[in-house]
Design a protein around this ligand. Structure first.
Ligand SMILES: Nc1ncnc2c1ncn2[C@@H]1O[C@H](COP(=O)(O)OP(=O)(O)O)[C@@H](O)[C@H]1O
Ligand SMILES: [Mg+2]
Length: 741
């Protein structure tokens, strides 16, 4: 916020009869002395109705311009404000003075004479010239042109229709335009047409069109242009093309040609003239009141609302604006009273202080767009980060049980067609989706199995069902791969593609296939088959040795976790086997008892249906007890089954992580090291020999190019080398990720 007092500049109208004895101008001191006391000169009977005492006056202004060109006036009075306008400050330049003193000439100039064009066309020119100096900004310029006459607002840039004119002749004319103030205190005119202009020519055309309309109005309504206030406004909206898309800077520049300030005696006015005089006097005297109030620091209320002009100028006087007033005066002695009046008002105006600031607006639509773009980019960034992280560290947490349940729900909705697609956010999620799909598939297929535990389970629910309805023996194959976790029992904890010898053939084959396929994937993902022979000579440490090393160092925690889970799984499976055995035994008992009862019933048939002997009673008792035990064991088995399922899934995830971690570990240590560190003491001489020997042989075209590139950078721009190497590394990781997917 800049504290900016209203600037005042006095311009004298050139004349051959300048009252140099009375008006003493000192341009260097910016002062004007009025030697009024001893003056004997006559005054114009027409104009001077003031009862001014003949006193001397001494005024000091920001600028005094005497006999100067339009160009000078612009540079001295308007250039800076126009420049500020382009930076986002509001600006107001207004011409004040008695009729004929040169206000219109100053603001608009001689329309047919380019050299004598006024401030408005010059400001337009400057705006377009300066806009081209900021290619990084995008500008929208609008213009409006309004006239205030008899407290009525006229839009000089809208069609002046007959009805409008007819209405305007009427005192009760409703111009549909309302002066308003926004929540930031910026004044605007609702209903006033604003026109986008894309060139200096277009903007000037608007000014000239407004001038024509003003002349038509003046003629049709028989009004005197000297009695109206005209405001040409430029509205600028700028936004950066490179940053802060949601932010716009908005400013306006009011260029005001005020009505003649002369005090018209009411006694000399009649009819229309009286009305005009009343309004003009009113509006300018209200302006004076506002200016006086603003110059008084103790004054709290400023009567802006008393007239359209003062309300319109509210933010220009005492508001957020850089304001300059040009006080136009006649140089002839006959106008001295009016000149004194103008200079007095101008002095008061200098006490008005504004606080200008750049008007930054946040455009909500643009902001949303900006944020959406940012979110999209961040999501991409995050996904990339996840991918890289998955490879470099591969220690991403497994899904929690809650997350899995949630994901399963999503998958179900997807399978049921309730959602169109599953959102793919990162590799971790993709993996878990596969795992959950597998689980769901398993669950679905287990529904279709006709016999064994499920049929037993259903029947078991019917407490009254006879024991003979129990299904046959519960088969052990419900728990697959009983011994299939054998590989984790090997001394390495997790056999890298090797099955345990004591696993039976079928199971071994199945598991070994799964594992070696996984290994194959992860290996071929990094080194495609076709390239493997080429890169093989680069591998210093055999994979199995490296894996051993990895399990005891970086992968220790994961490896231990796998061991623990495997042990737990083995234990549960063993328990499961026992319970299954128990269930089968119970079922055999029940079948046996049932046979005995049947036999007993045949034996006792002659006694009648209702007669049960003691032995038969005991059989029934035993069946009931066995069924109870069966139920408990069945529940136990069910529980064990779900624990085993969970452990198997957890192990699968852990193994995947271990393989991925190891792959990254191996690539980093034993694959890429080749480029940067050709020898290392820890390597065996056997491998070193192979390394040195193989090095020249295996350099393919890409590698040769890379080597040359590094050599070139080392010479030309060593500082960029780190960047280049890091970039190469990131690209490799990225490629590797893509291959794995
Ligand atoms: N600085 C000046 N140089 C030349 N002519 C001027 C100057 N100021 C005013 N005039 C002329 O004086 C006349 C009245 O000026 P005008 O701008 O219409 O006064 P106002 O708008 O204050 O009533 C016009 O013919 C105008 O061309
Ligand atoms: Mg004029």
């Amino acid at each position: 916020m800049v504290n900016t007092p209203v600037q005042v500049c006095v311009r004298t109208r050139p004349t051959a009869f300048f009252a140099q004895d009375v008006i003493v101008l000192d341009e260097s001191k910016k002062s004007i002395e009025i030697k009024n006391k001893g003056r004997s000169g006559k005054q114009s009977g027409n104009v001077n109705y003031l009862e001014t005492k003949k006193e001397d006056y001494s005024f000091k202004f920001d600028k005094t311009l005497h006999n100067v060109s339009q160009d000078t006036v612009f540079n001295e009075c308007c250039y800076d404000i126009t420049k500020s306008f382009l930076e986002g400050y509001n600006g107001t330049v207004m011409a004040y003075g008695q009729t004929g003193s040169g206000k219109t000439y100053t603001m608009i100039g001689a329309a047919n004479n380019y050299k004598n064009r006024g401030l408005i066309p010059r400001a337009i020119q400057q705006v377009f010239a300066e806009m081209s100096n900021y290619p990084e900004k995008s500008f929208t310029l609008r213009v409006s042109y309004m006239e205030i006459y008899n407290e009525q607002l006229f839009d000089l840039l809208s069609d002046i229709s007959d009805t409008q004119l007819a209405k305007a002749k009427n005192d009760a004319y409703d111009d549909n335009m309302v002066i308003m103030e926004d929540n930031k205190g910026t004044i605007m005119v609702r209903g006033l047409s604003c026109h986008i202009v894309n060139s200096e020519e277009e903007a000037l055309s608007m000014l000239f069109e407004g001038e024509t309309n003003r002349a038509i109005c003046e003629h049709q309504l028989n009004k005197a242009s000297t009695r109206s206030h005209c405001v040409f406004t430029m509205y600028l909206e700028s936004r950066s093309r490179v940053e802060s898309e949601g932010q716009t800077v908005q400013s306006k520049l009011n260029l005001v040609d005020l009505a003649g300030s002369e005090r018209v005696s009411k006694t000399h006015s009649s009819g229309l003239v009286l009305t005009e005089a009343k309004y003009i006097n009113k509006s300018l005297s209200f302006l004076e009141q506002v200016v006086i109030a603003l110059g008084n620091p103790t004054r709290e209320h400023i009567p802006y609302r008393q007239s359209k002009l003062t309300y319109f100028l509210k933010d220009s006087l005492g508001g957020n604006c850089k304001t300059l007033m040009i006080a136009n005066v006649w140089g002839e002695e006959q106008h001295i009273e009016e000149t004194i009046g103008t200079l007095k008002f101008a002095t008061r105006m200098m006490r008005v202080s504004n606080e200008a600031m750049i008007n930054v607006h946040m455009n909500p639509d643009a902001l949303i767009k900006k944020y959406e773009k940012e979110i999209k980019e961040l999501k991409q960034e995050l996904s990339m980060h996840d991918q890289l992280r998955g490879i470099n560290q591969a220690n991403y947490d497994p899904y929690t049980e809650e997350q899995k349940v949630e994901l399963r729900k999503e998958i179900r909705s997807y399978v049921n067609g309730e959602v169109e697609e599953l959102e793919i956010k990162n590799i971790r999620r993709i993996k878990e989706i596969f795992v959950q799909f597998k689980t769901l598939l398993k669950e679905a297929s287990s529904f279709t199995e006709p016999e064994s535990i499920h049929s037993a389970s259903n029947r078991e629910k019917q407490q009254t069902a006879p024991a003979s309805n129990f299904a046959g023996k519960i088969h052990e194959e419900k728990i697959h791969e009983e011994n299939g976790v054998g590989e984790v029992e090997s001394k390495t904890g997790f056999g890298f593609g090797e099955a345990k010898p004591n696993v039976d053939f079928q199971k071994k084959t199945k598991k070994a296939t799964v594992l070696s396929a996984r290994e194959e994937r992860s290996t071929s993902a990094v080194v495609p088959d076709t390239e493997r022979s080429k890169t093989a000579s680069k591998i210093i440490m055999p994979r199995n040795d490296a894996f051993e090393e990895f399990k005891h160092t970086v992968g220790k925690q994961l490896s231990e976790s796998i061991k623990e889970n495997s042990a737990s799984l083995k234990e549960k499976k063993s328990l499961f086997k026992n319970v299954t055995q128990r269930l089968n035994d119970i079922k055999a008992d029940i079948d046996n008892l049932k046979t005995k009862i049947d036999k007993k019933q045949v034996e006792n048939a002659h006694l009648g249906d209702d007669i049960v002997d003691e032995e038969e009673m005991l059989f029934f008792q035993s069946i009931k007890e066995r069924k109870e035990t069966y139920k408990q064991s069945f529940e136990e088995r069910k529980m064990l089954k779900s624990e085993i399922d969970y452990l198997e899934k957890a192990l699968e995830t852990l193994r995947q992580s271990l393989v991925a971690d190891f792959q990254a570990y191996y690539d980093e240590r034993y694959m890429e090291e080749e480029d940067n560190r050709p020898t290392q003491s820890s390597r065996s001489s056997r491998y070193r020999g192979l390394d040195q020997e193989g090095k020249e042989d295996v350099l393919d075209e890409g590698e040769k190019f890379e080597k040359l590139q590094i050599e070139r950078l080392q010479q030309e721009d060593p500082e960029s080398l780190n960047y280049y190497l890091a970039y190469k590394k990131a690209s490799k990781v990225k490629k590797s990720v893509n291959r794995r997917q």
